[in-house]
Design a protein around this ligand. Structure first.
Ligand code: G
Ligand code: MN
Length: 486
């Protein structure tokens, strides 16, 4: 594990120094440089043998590239730094096929080197990272074209025999003097651009932009908050009621994860779920949500269902089914009172893996809803392959209803399709009475939205249940009274 630790350390050091770097004085920059060199040297000494041994002829040592860059910046204050990162070399393949990985790395480096224009210089930065120094930054387009060529060249490069995954490349670009006046600052900002390019996936390369430091600091702070919330019990579930369109009877609640950080305040799920996914924390969070929803639902009247949203990552752990089964057992909750919601995105990759687990959940009696329907690819083939119990129509349709006749036609078709396949259809995002009556007229079975009830903390749930019970009692006294007596 030693080499992994050292390389991760050097990466973490770079990340931790983001933002601070810009303000750092010469002493700190020297310390930074020495630390990088030390980490690189250690990594080389401790390498398990999968690192490239034969660097292409044009490659400088890291130290020489630093000297070169400093001289160049001193002489004409202009330079372009491109930080490239190879992808696809997993640690599994590294430990299982060190020789193949080493050759693949060398091939990738040679291919990278062959594409460098005259005057460009390069050095290996860490095992998978390479810094390219271009002599001037006046021509930003040339830098962008080079980054594009490097990424495209590797992506379509020779198939590396024996490797399970193809080798790819991401690149971040920083230009002096605008993006930094020292080599360290340029590399640091190229690192931020690289991280953004990695997050965006397409096109896989891009320039540094000034907002990236602040955005990166917020992401780092949020990931810390998420980590602390997971270990420190600060996650909460809010519950949004779902009602029957005809009669208005409460049928259950959708459980929605909420994160409230003492310093950052409430963090919306749209912000923390992608970050939790990125940090690999979503699996723990998801398992907790299932457990908590079962615990809470077990205290409700027996006709009410709790719905929990599942993330794609939860299908890759191998523990989803046992986790659900254990949570149901622990809280003595009948399976039909739990529903899981997945979006079409979850079915996009490894759909067989996902569908086989959904089938097992259905066999157990757990409800399976297709969430946000109509916004993704709406591939109707999933509807044939898997018997979803419920279709939840994305809230954008409710918003469109007021002014779009075509939205009404599409909705009618979706409802017909859902009913034809034996599914219950829920309309989400109902905010006005007009939307409610239109959606009822179109034939949706269930209704959810701010008009009927916002997501509310657990402490409000009992009041929602009681209010609905009272309303039902007032509406149809005989039926409800006899149900209550029984
Ligand atoms: O993707 P899913 O349907 O699980 O998303 C639920 C999200 O939708 C929650 O964050 C919830 O707060 C939000 N939401 C629920 N009802 C409404 C609504 O009526 N309008 C809007 N804009 N958002 C809603
Ligand atoms: Mn949902």
């Amino acid at each position: 594990m030693a080499p992994l630790a050292v390389i991760v350390l050097s990466g973490a050091f770079l990340t931790a120094s983001q933002g601070i770097w810009a303000e750092a004085g010469p002493v700190a920059q020297t310390v930074f440089t020495v630390a990088l060199l030390a980490a690189g040297a250690l990594a080389a000494v401790l390498s398990p043998g999968s690192g490239a041994k034969n660097l292409p002829a044009g490659f400088l040592s890291k130290r020489d590239l630093m000297t070169e860059a400093s001289q160049q910046l001193h002489a004409n204050a202009e330079a372009t730094v491109i930080l490239c990162e190879l992808t696809g070399l997993s640690w599994t393949s590294r430990s299982e096929q060190p020789e193949t990985v080493r050759r693949a790395l060398e091939d990738a480096l040679a291919s990278l080197c062959a594409r460098l224009p005259t005057g460009a210089q390069a050095a290996q930065w860490s095992e998978e990272r390479f810094v390219i120094l271009l002599p001037a930054s006046r021509d930003a387009m040339a830098a962008l074209n080079l980054a594009r060529e490097l990424c495209a060249g590797l992506a379509s490069g020779p198939a590396f025999a024996g490797l399970a995954t193809a080798i790819g490349c991401h690149a971040g670009i920083a230009l002096a003097p605008a993006d930094g006046q020292s080599f360290g600052a340029l590399v640091n900002n190229a690192e931020l651009a690289l991280a953004e390019a990695r997050r965006q996936q397409q096109p896989g390369y891009g320039f540094y932009a000034p907002g990236m430091s602040a955005a990166s600091e917020r992401r780092t702070a949020l990931q810390r908050a998420i980590r602390e919330a997971v270990s420190g019990d600060a996650l909460r579930l809010d519950f949004q009621p779902v009602y029957a369109m005809s009669g208005g009877e409460l049928t259950g609640f959708e459980a929605l994860i909420r994160l409230h950080d003492p310093e950052l305040g409430p963090i919306p799920p749209s912000e923390f779920i992608p970050l939790a996914e990125e940090a690999g924390l979503i699996v723990d969070i998801g398992a907790w949500a299932i457990e908590e929803a079962c615990r809470v639902a077990a205290q409700w009247p027996p006709h009410l269902v709790a719905a929990v949203n599942l993330s794609p990552a939860q299908f890759h752990t191998g523990t989803l089914i046992t986790g659900v089964r254990r949570a149901l057992q622990r809280h003595a909750l009948p399976a039909y009172r739990l529903e899981v919601e997945i979006t079409e995105g979850t079915l996009m990759t490894d759909s067989e893996l996902v569908l086989s687990q959904l089938r097992r959940l259905r066999d157990m009696g757990v409800g399976v809803a297709l969430d946000d329907f109509g916004t993704g690819y709406s591939s109707l083939s999933y509807l044939c392959k898997f018997p979803f119990s419920k279709l939840k129509i994305d809230r954008s349709f409710a918003a469109e209803l007021d002014h779009s006749a075509s939205a009404r036609s599409v909705l009618r078709a979706i409802v017909k399709l859902g009913h034809g396949l034996g599914m219950t259809v829920t309309a989400e995002g109902i905010e006005t009475k007009r939307q409610l009556s239109l959606l009822r007229g179109i034939g949706c079975d269930l209704a959810q939205g701010y008009l009927l009830g916002r997501p509310a903390p657990l402490s409000d749930v009992a009041a929602v249940i009681l209010r609905n019970f009272a309303q039902q009692l007032a509406r149809k006294p005989r039926a409800v009274k006899s149900a209550a007596a029984a």
